[in-house]
Design a protein around this ligand. Structure first.
Ligand SMILES: *Cc1c(COP(=O)(O)O)cnc(C)c1O
Length: 219
């Protein structure tokens, strides 16, 4: 089914939107099947699980970290991570910069925003993001490349609520683009949309959809 699910999904996703297959809790054999269907971008939310799978699987996979990241774990993913979606503090950003420098590489990241109604989700508000981008310590970060923003909508059935939250995230993206990254072509990604709402997200300007259960089945 995984192969069919991926082929079906690709038909409904425009060519300029990257499909990140969220493989958390699923075995490496499932990832291999998706890989054989041509999928190269995979998302995980736990560092240990991500590292275990990275070691087992093909080195041309682009691994995305989509879950909360503790500063003391950055070093484990720094050698290979393709994109970290979940940067929500200056402290974490500085640690990523430090570990990236040690590896002689630049690590691409997204700023995670809180757009949902629920209290529990991680993420910045616009003022906090602006404060990070204006800080002296951020200006000295030469080994991180901020490529855009990420957010998770509320777990509700009301599509208009979800649409409103995606629109807010797109507004944050446009605001930061104009204020801080107007001439920076790397700042171009809006990571939003999961199995239940990726079509809405694409309508609202998503460039990266993170789809798990529609590919691999329920968890
Ligand atoms: C699990 C997860 C997804 C994928 O969710 P599905 O509903 O299974 O598509 C997307 N983004 C994040 C941050 C996740 O943790």
């Amino acid at each position: 089914m995984i192969t069919e699910n991926i082929l079906e999904l690709r038909k409904s996703i425009p060519g300029n939107v990257c499909l990140v297959a969220v493989s958390k809790t699923k075995p490496a054999s499932d990832i291999l099947e998706a890989y054989q269907a041509g999928q190269r971008h995979f998302g995980e939310n736990k560092v240990q699980e991500l590292c275990d799978k990275q070691m087992l699987l093909s080195k041309d996979i682009c691994w995305h970290l989509i879950g909360h990241l503790q500063t003391n774990k950055v070093k484990y993913i720094a050698p290979f991570i393709h994109l970290i979606h979940s940067v929500d503090s200056l402290k974490l950003l500085l640690e990523i910069n430090k570990q990236a420098a040690k590896q002689n590489r630049t690590i691409a990241i997204l700023l995670q925003f809180h757009i949902a109604q629920e209290e529990t989700k991680f993420g910045l508000n616009l003022d906090e993001a602006i404060e990070i981008l204006n800080s002296e310590s951020f200006k000295n970060c030469e080994n991180v490349a901020i490529q855009g923003v990420m957010g998770m909508a509320s777990f509700v059935d009301n599509p208009e609520q979800i649409r409103k939250e995606f629109r807010t995230l797109k507004y944050y993206f446009d605001y930061l683009k104009n204020s801080f990254f107007a001439t920076n072509l790397d700042f171009r990604e809006v990571s939003m949309g999961m199995s239940g709402d990726y079509q809405l997200a694409i309508e609202e300007g998503s460039t990266l959809v993170r789809v798990g259960s529609s590919i691999f089945g329920g968890r």
